[in-house]
Design a protein around this ligand. Structure first.
Ligand SMILES: C[S@@+](CC[C@H](N)C(=O)[O-])C[C@H]1O[C@@H](n2cnc3c(N)ncnc32)[C@H](O)[C@@H]1O
Length: 248
């Protein structure tokens, strides 16, 4: 298979579907319906409450040959920031929503990417839990970094998404996750209001997801670190896959 981001094909950065009806179609349809209109004001509005995204990007190590994937890339805001680095390596985005990817594709073009010899950002439609570096992106190798930015809190099948990300990460590679935390250090009335508001958007803080990320470290095959973003408004998890046996 070819690697479009490596420049072996001339395929433009458009999305392509690998969803099968009846197999994750509901989540893709739900995301399309949620973002059909809001995608046009998404970047403007979300900058005020999707905190910690830039801190996550600071943790992404890029080099000439690195491959970085954002799962649930939305409008490609994060990937476009990475593409602005002098050396960004190969950048990939996966999202369930065709609607979001349309905006992402436009934003990539508007940003004038690729420039300075950087390869294009490759965008694909598909589900996090079905991530497959070869089938979806034509890659022969796994990824150096896979990150989720405010994505897993809206994925009902998050255990599959977590497992697929770990399986598609090179030994020594890094998985980064920024997402809503429990707001335990913020005023209770703020925390309760935020939870209610987020649930309108199918977004839920899941303590069991937090525990599952921590458990990746307990098995001894990964190192896991959590940082608090703004008094536990959100967390940033760094999971480094150790160069030993694959994670369970
Ligand atoms: C809150 S947005 C975050 C977008 C972007 N990561 C950011 O930081 O601005 C969550 C994104 O996850 C996508 N998403 C939700 N469920 C998904 C799934 N199962 N697989 C892939 N993407 C999914 C949505 O379509 C949406 O674009």
């Amino acid at each position: 298979m070819t690697d479009p981001a490596a420049g072996k094909t001339t395929r433009p950065p458009v999305s392509s579907s690998n969803n099968r009806r009846g197999d994750g179609h509901d989540q893709a349809a739900a995301m399309d319906s949620m973002y059909r209109f809001t995608r046009h004001i998404y970047d403007l509005t979300r900058r005020y409450y999707l905190l910690g995204r830039d801190r996550l990007l600071e943790r992404v190590v890029t080099g000439p040959e690195t491959a970085t994937l954002e799962v649930g890339c939305g409008t490609a805001r994060n990937l476009i920031k990475l593409a602005g680095r002098p050396v960004c390596g190969r950048l990939y985005g996966l999202d369930a929503s065709h609607e979001m990817l349309e905006t992402a594709s436009r934003s990539v073009t508007r940003a004038g990417l690729p420039r300075g010899g950087n390869p294009p950002i490759v965008l694909r439609q598909g589900l996090a839990e079905q991530l497959d570096a070869g089938r979806m992106f034509g890659r022969d190798e796994l990824f150096d970094t896979i990150f989720f930015s405010y994505c897993l809190s809206m994925v009902p099948t998050w255990p599959g998404a977590l497992e697929a990300a770990v399986n598609n990460l090179k030994p020594g590679g890094r998985m980064l996750i920024v997402d809503f935390w429990d707001q335990a250090e913020l005023p209770a009335v703020f925390a309760a209001g935020l939870k209610k508001w987020l649930s309108l958007f199918h977004v839920h803080y899941r303590p069991e997801l937090h525990a599952a990320i921590a458990a990746l470290g307990d098995a001894g095959n990964a190192e896991v670190q959590f940082e608090s973003i703004h008094h536990r408004y959100a967390y940033l998890a760094t999971v480094t896959k150790l160069a030993t046996d694959p994670l369970p």
